[in-house]
Design a protein around this ligand. Structure first.
Ligand code: CDP
Length: 235
């Protein structure tokens, strides 16, 4: 039984969030997104010539994305360099961004996305995807929509939004984690993974809760980007 959350949040409540763009002057676009004690920064470069050349596509651009958890982001220093988990997360973020960025506008070109987790308290792939999506928008890339991503899941018998690491490690009854990436204006899911066991009915409740949480993240993303572009037009 999990009747009250460790941090006293409502079961459908997100952790406090912060977002900003334009944090890395040397990148074409950049963003920082924090949710609770999980934070990611993203930098976007390009469109530029594809390297290595054999990855080039004649009819559209490609996204090369790398996710990295910085050594000091977790209590036990994370090993530097890409492991299997980093590769998997880089792939799922790339797949989601492929649906968001209009790549047909950049044939034979490459967009590079680098995401670094500075603090990890669960939900890093979702925070990274949200930051990467904002960085793409900050770079002025044409997009079908912004991606808003958050994990939802089940702890004991309770369906919950935006799990912390302490909740993911919940033993009595176990915890299930479902990271969700959402294009709100298209009502399209671009990232969906499942770590644990749930019934079909529970999964639909989890996905619904995740989509509602993602809508709140989307509102924050939009307000930060609107502020950023309106400041640019004033200067
Ligand atoms: O971060 P996310 O929930 O997307 O992915 P995960 O592989 O389910 O990892 C869950 C959490 O475990 C991370 O957010 C970190 O808090 C923690 N973790 C860690 O402490 N050390 C690692 N090498 C990997 C993950």
């Amino acid at each position: 039984m999990y009747e009250e959350r460790f941090d006293k949040r409502g079961f459908d409540e997100l952790r406090p969030m912060e977002a900003e763009t334009g944090i890395i002057p040397n990148a074409k676009g950049s963003a920082r997104f924090r949710i609770g004690n999980t934070e990611a920064i993203a930098a976007v470069y390009g469109p530029e010539e594809v390297k290595p050349k054999h990855f080039e596509k004649v009819d559209k651009g490609i996204i090369m994305c790398k996710y990295d958890m910085l050594p000091f982001s977790v209590p036990d220093r994370a090993k530097p360099g890409m492991d299997r988990r980093d590769m998997e997360i880089s792939d799922v973020i790339t797949n989601a961004l492929n649906r968001a960025v209009i790549l047909e506008e950049f044939p034979r070109s490459m967009i590079t996305v680098r995401v670094y987790v500075t603090q990890a308290d669960a939900g890093t792939r979702c925070a990274s995807l949200t930051a990467a999506s904002m960085a793409c928008a900050d770079a002025g890339l044409p997009m079908r929509d912004l991606v808003a991503a958050v994990a939802a899941g089940k702890i004991g018998d309770s369906i919950c939004l935006d799990l912390t690491k302490e909740e993911e490690d919940f033993h009595e009854g176990g915890a299930t984690d479902v990271p969700i990436g959402f294009l709100p204006s298209k009502n399209e899911i671009v990232l969906l993974q499942l770590d644990g066991k749930v019934t079909k009915e529970e999964l639909s409740r989890i996905v619904e809760m995740g989509k509602l949480g993602a809508m709140k993240i989307y509102e924050l993303e939009k307000s930060v980007l609107q502020g950023r572009f309106s400041n640019e037009s004033k200067s």
